[in-house]
Design a protein around this ligand. Structure first.
Ligand code: EPZ
Length: 423
């Protein structure tokens, strides 16, 4: 399967954002803490959600799916303490079941998640948190085993505000004895969404969204129905697409508060951004001005928008300096962007992007999820058609990104690899 994308044209129209991948995956994991069936809605229909369904079923949970992506999760049959190894290999987020399993069963064993295309992805902070809660950790032959008779609340200070570690520790602490305080916690909106879900189950959690989260352990939790927040990175991807193609797009179902860092940078680059109650309207100029960014934990500029923004800067007026402070190796896609004529030089964690008048269509391959999105955006400002391989990376995290871009006027279609004959 490949994508064939015809060249430059402005994107215009209305597009609706779906549920947040990085909230849905963790709330699915948190459902393991419930006594009873949880019903989740506004869950995106993406490959990573399918993988997490596989993980939950592999643990013994019953998961019912509806065509609109909503689902019911019944954890009462959960008795296995080990997520299916092949799924942990495939998706790092599978490790987010460790906290709930430790709290529910007192034991979890998992394959150390490998690094991925954006760098090594250790879980040392997750394990440090579990140990602080009284668990014993053994690591051997690439597996980690975590055991605890009863978790005890503790004061935990995270060396870095890790999103996954904050979430895993928060989930484990819900059923611990006593109070847990997580300091230097990550402040992402997806963590607030998880806290809201846990509170609906009856957990006593507060402070998510700030750098200090307090959890008072309870004996058990109930069940609930819950709607996942909209995906701020999907929203940002469409906002950048409109800004860099000189189009006008109304992006609906957005929590505007969650995309403020991106709005500020798009305005600095010369785009007009109007903020509505639950939408934004982005109007791109003839050509964007080059602006520099530095990715930071929320509420700073999100690392998950760095590749898309570099694609926009590759056809801006001037030179942009892009510093990636979260992941050590998140510029791999720039090799492919250079094949499309971009002038991007990478030195360690810094990319220097000199804007060129236009890119040119080429045969490229997506190295990862957001890098793939960046290459699609680059193809939308290219002279001539682009053929993009590695579409499976994009389908992991976006619900039909090609289809939604086509609705905004992009000439983009999926073709079987054998059919490709782009020049
Ligand atoms: C989450 O990953 C997101 N994934 C990522 O989105 C996102 O880029 C990232 O948070 C940062 O916002 C999901 O939510 C499923 P971290 P996570 O723990 O939790 C290091 C996307 O494109 N670290 O905040 O893995 C780590 O190596 C994906 O949707 C440790 O050193 O991110 C990284 O350099 C990509 N030890 C940094 O911290 C640990 O124990 C931030 O990682 C944990 C993390």
């Amino acid at each position: 399967m490949k994508l064939v994308i015809a060249g430059s044209r402005p994107l215009s129209g209305v597009v609706r954002v779906g549920g947040a991948k990085n909230a849905a995956l963790k709330i699915m994991a948190a459902s393991l803490l419930a006594e009873g069936v949880c019903r989740l809605s506004n869950v995106p229909r993406i490959a990573d959600v399918d993988t997490m369904v596989g993980v939950l079923r592999g643990l013994g949970a019953r998961v019912g799916l509806r065509p609109d992506g909503s689902m019911s999760i019944d954890p009462s049959g959960v008795e296995h303490c080990e997520p299916p190894e092949e799924l942990v290999k495939e998706m790092r987020a599978s490790i987010q079941v460790m906290g709930p399993l430790l709290a529910r069963l007192g034991h979890v064993r998992a394959r150390q998640p490998g690094g991925c295309n954006i760098g090594p992805r250790p879980i040392d902070l997750h394990l440090k948190g579990f140990a602080a809660l009284g668990a014993s950790i053994t690591e051997e032959r690439g597996y980690v085993s975590v055991r605890a008779q009863r978790l005890k609340g503790a004061e935990i200070l995270l060396d870095i505000p890790s999103v996954g570690a904050t979430e895993n520790i928060m989930m484990a602490a819900c059923l611990a004895e006593g109070t847990t305080v997580i300091r230097n916690a990550a402040r992402e909106p997806e963590i607030v969404d998880q806290q809201n879900f846990l509170v609906r189950l009856g957990a006593k959690v507060r402070g998510a969204g700030t750098d200090t989260i307090r959890i008072e352990g309870v004996e058990s939790l109930g069940s609930t129905a819950y709607a996942v927040i909209p995906d701020r990175i999907e929203a940002g991807t469409f906002m950048v697409a409109a800004a860099m193609t000189g189009g006008t797009a109304r992006v609906e179902n957005v929590i505007v508060e969650h995309v403020q860092a991106l709005i500020a940078k798009l305005r600095e680059a010369g785009a007009e951004v109007a903020e509505g109650g639950s939408y934004v309207v982005v109007r791109g100029p003839e050509r964007l001005r080059a602006v520099s960014i530095r990715t930071l934990p929320y509420p700073g500029f999100p690392t998950d928008m760095q590749p898309q923004f570099v694609a926009a800067m590759s056809v801006a007026n001037g030179t942009s300096i892009v510093t990636e402070t979260i992941f050590p190796n998140r510029f791999r896609y720039t090799e492919e962007l250079r094949r499309m004529g971009a002038n991007v030089r990478v030195e360690g964690r810094v990319a220097v992007v000199q804007g060129v008048p236009a890119l040119s269509g080429a045969h490229v391959e997506a190295p990862d999820l957001r890098g793939g999105a960046a290459l699609i955006l680059g193809a939308l400002v290219s002279d001539g058609p682009t053929e993009l391989a590695g579409v499976h990376h994009i389908d992991r995290g976006y619900e039909d990104l090609p289809g939604k871009l086509a609705k905004l006027g992009a000439a983009i279609e999926r073709v079987e690899a054998s059919e490709c004959q782009v020049g």
